[in-house]
Design a protein around this ligand. Structure first.
Ligand code: PTJ
Length: 245
């Protein structure tokens, strides 16, 4: 880890870089994850490195959708495993939902290293992809899923990833909740709910929102009255205003 002083104005951002670099060094994060992280940093800069109202609204709707779901599953790739393992586990515990490893880049042994990393951070059980269950509409390694996990899920929480699988999951009739700093990404556009925020800020807020007491009718209202296109539009307007200077 690099020796970043807490007084450094970009301390938090540099700490997150360190987590991703450590993830790569430990074989958890793909080397391609560094590029994905850089892209995320650029968008985070443009949204002001704060949770904005469009993200808060999406978090409320996501909490409602996840609470109402019958079989939610949390999908874990190499970036989110390095950035927020404990928060993913907390989300799983609150929802009583399994964590499932699902990666795009197939470096040997990485799936198992991610599983071990989650177990070391306190997860009880981590589902692994299996050739027994495959998603339709997708050809990459992401098609392999667990028969009792993503394969039968009604809602899949899919933080920061490339778009193919989100599209496939939607075509299979599943809802997808994503966290993606880029409101123009294919995942952001195709998800049922897109939280345009950094996953390290969004996850604790999502856990908090799920734990708030709400009636079933209130949850239904939040979930059905949510419009993802409007939220993405608000995010784009925010970005274009901030880049106007
Ligand atoms: O571990 P693997 O093999 O499954 O690979 C994971 C990555 C992330 C490398 C892979 O899914 C990938 O290449 O993703 P993309 O296509 O680069 O998309 C990642 C998206 O996440 C981009 O839209 C980024 O802006 C966004 N992003 C990056 N870091 C964060 C983020 N969104 C939220 N929080 C972040 N910290």
């Amino acid at each position: 880890m690099s020796d970043v002083p807490k007084s450094h104005p970009r301390y938090l951002s540099l700490t997150l870089r360190d987590r991703i670099v450590e993830g790569v060094e430990n074989g958890i994060t793909s080397i391609h994850g560094l590029i994905a992280h850089g892209r995320g940093e650029a968008f985070d800069y443009l949204i002001g490195e704060k949770t904005q109202p469009f993200a808060t609204d999406a978090i409320c709707a996501a909490a409602a959708m996840l609470k109402l779901s019958n079989h939610p599953v949390i999908s874990v790739n190499g970036n989110v495993a390095a950035l927020a393992p404990k928060e993913l586990i907390e989300l799983g515990n609150i929802l009583k939902a399994p964590l499932e490893v699902n990666i795009f880049h197939t470096e040997s042994g990485r799936e198992e290293k991610i599983r071990q990393h989650l177990l070391n951070n306190g997860a009880n059980e981590v589902l692994m992809p299996s050739p027994e269950a495959q998603l339709s509409f997708i050809d990459s390694n992401r098609k392999y899923v667990h028969p009792e996990g993503i394969f039968i899920a009604d809602v899949v929480f899919v933080p920061l990833e490339d778009g193919d699988r989100c599209e496939a999951l939607r075509k299979m009739g599943k809802d997808v909740v994503t966290v993606d700093l880029n409101p123009m990404s294919r995942t952001a556009l195709q998800a049922s709910i897109t939280i345009v925020d950094n996953v390290v800020r969004a996850l604790p807020l999502l856990c908090e929102a799920i734990q708030k007491q709400s009636s079933d009718s209130d949850l239904q209202h939040k979930s059905t009255h949510y419009r993802n296109e409007d939220i993405l539009q608000q995010a784009l307007q925010h970005i274009s205003r901030s880049s106007d200077g």
